[in-house]
Design a protein around this ligand. Structure first.
Ligand SMILES: Cc1ncc(COP(=O)(O)O)c(C=O)c1O
Length: 441
């Protein structure tokens, strides 16, 4: 759904049905995982992020249960890029997750919460030498190699440091994930991975390098994938590749199936972990191979919201829908501006739900026409100082925040065991310029 044009008509009642973690209590207003959101901004200001740790934990447990039920040898590597807050990494690590990282910064975050380096896998198309060196010195579980060039650089670094680097080759299967073009990664035209046709040759090369331990292959075809069909196509190709490699006498012990599992932003069906586990089981069980997955959005997306206050209700004529200007903006949640992403919006105060429904444009205050949260969204009439929750903002939300327009980044809260914790205070104005210097003369 595009938020830059008029949206297809949606109904917040449907949103409540597809998002059972939200209920509207007649007195307490909107509750998230049974916690009322009504008075939060009085204490913490606005906008404010809320991550519900209980929801996150139960999603992780549901995912692992689906795969364990199939008796699969599975490693779950949480994709740190989706939300890299230490509290989230710590929580998932304690549940038994490993991590998928894409930078030295993410590696340091993982180490900060004591994730065992063996449970770290390192993805990314442009890993720098210093990043690879750090990973190799730590002997992390697996580096997902994106090119022949990178393979040889890893081999050289491993030799120089006297280590052996465990690697998987990331393969580009040229499969359309049928998702937004900006989050599609498995087509030949995308920069990611080694072309399927070259995979075997590069794997042979890897097997001949002294300081390389080739574990197998990796594939990640995109994000917010809602059907199993693209996965099926990609996985069948990967299974074929594993068989071909083994036929050539090469050892293959790991198949990393990436992430990309879709969630329900409105009424789409979210990826069913049991369906995915069944699919993988069906295709890979005869291969006797360890399967890795790298989910990000599916785990943390529905566990997070962004709360914002209405700063202004602005009418540009009796016929036009009113503009509801929030105090949150694209610098907080970039997804609508960047991907035309649709996010559910629910008013917080109980009394708002008694007002008439009206089509309203929901915008941020930034001087950019892309600073939009919704177009002609049918909601109870919103007025100044009303509060709303933007749903499914736990993944690719705060991590993509900036302080554009000199707007301090919003405070982050975590709900854990129904209690509230500040996990990051609001950025101070001073910190916006603390490290800046003015050259003399
Ligand atoms: C290599 C890799 N693995 C995993 C992920 C996580 O994807 P998602 O959050 O859609 O599960 C990404 C994100 O695009 C990725 O690039």
């Amino acid at each position: 759904m595009s938020s830059s044009k008029t949206e297809p008509e949606t109904n917040y009642q449907t949103l409540l049905q597809t998002h059972p973690d939200f209920i509207i209590d007649e007195k307490k207003g909107l509750c998230f995982g049974k916690v009322p959101l009504q008075s939060l901004t009085d204490h913490y200001g606005s906008p404010v992020w809320v991550i519900n740790a209980d929801i996150l934990t139960s999603r992780f447990q549901k995912l692992s249960k689906a795969f364990l039920q199939n008796k699969m040898d599975i490693s779950i590597h949480y994709a740190v890029k989706a939300n890299d807050h230490l509290a989230i990494l710590d929580l998932l690590a304690k549940e038994g997750a490993g991590v998928d990282i894409v930078s030295l910064g993410e590696l340091k975050r993982a180490l900060k919460v004591n994730i065992n380096p063996r449970k770290i896998c390192f993805s990314g198309v442009g890993k720098r030498e210093e990043e690879l060196k750090a990973a190799i010195q730590l002997e992390i579980g697996q580096i997902n190699v994106e090119s022949r060039e990178e393979l040889h650089l890893i081999s050289k670094i491993a030799m120089d440091t006297g280590k052996k680097a465990a690697i998987c080759l990331r393969i580009n299967p040229d499969v359309d994930a049928r998702t937004h073009h900006k989050i599609t990664t498995g087509l030949a035209e995308n920069k990611f991975g080694i072309a399927y046709e070259q995979a075997l040759q590069v794997y042979k090369e890897a097997s001949q390098l002294d300081n390389i331990l080739p574990l197998g292959f990796d594939v990640h075809i995109g994000s917010q994938i809602s059907s199993v069909e693209p996965y099926k196509k990609a996985f069948l190709k990967m299974a074929k590749l594993v068989k071909q490699a083994r036929k050539e006498g090469l050892e293959v012990s790991v198949l990393d199936c990436g992430g990309g599992f879709g969630i329900s932003y409105y009424d789409e069906k979210e990826s069913d972990p049991y369906a995915l586990a069944n699919l993988m089981q069906g295709i890979f069980s005869s291969l006797n191979i360890r399967i890795c997955i790298e989910p990000g959005r599916w785990l943390v997306g529905p566990a997070g919201i962004l709360i914002s206050k209405v700063v202004r209700r602005k009418n540009n004529g009796p016929e036009a829908p009113p503009f509801i200007i929030l105090d949150a903006a694209m610098n907080d949640l970039l997804r609508p501006a960047m991907y035309d992403a649709w996010h559910g919006i629910l008013p917080i105060q109980a009394e708002i739900y008694k007002r008439p429904l009206e089509k309203q444009n929901i915008d941020g205050p930034i001087c950019e026409s892309s600073d939009i949260f919704a177009r002609q969204r049918l909601l109870p009439q919103l007025r100044e100082n009303d509060e709303i929750a933007i749903l499914d903002a736990g993944a690719y939300g705060h991590v993509m925040s900036s302080s554009y327009n000199a707007r301090p980044q919003a405070l982050q809260l975590m709900i854990k065991d129904k209690r509230l914790f500040v996990i990051k205070p609001r950025q101070t104005f001073e910190s916006l310029w603390n490290n800046e210097t003015i050259p003399n003369g």
